[in-house]
Design a protein around this ligand. Structure first.
Ligand SMILES: [Zn+2]
Length: 61
């Protein structure tokens, strides 16, 4: 389970407890098609946020 920040219409939202698959070869994290679709629907207004967090933003470059 991972938490990911997504940008939706210029606004950042955090989705917690997303089931992710980690590639055994390269360590890359991927979401299943179903998970991706469900997250997409949630952040586009189909679900009520469970809370609000403050977000520190860092720009690498
Ligand atoms: Zn891989």
């Amino acid at each position: 389970m991972v938490s990911e920040v997504f940008e939706v219409d210029g606004k950042r939202v955090l989705v917690e407890n997303i089931p992710a698959q980690i590639c055994a070869q390269c360590g890359e994290m991927t979401f299943s098609r179903e998970t991706t679709e469900r997250v997409r629907r949630m952040v586009h207004g189909e679900a009520e946020p469970s809370g609000v967090v403050e977000l520190d933003v860092f720009a690498y470059a």
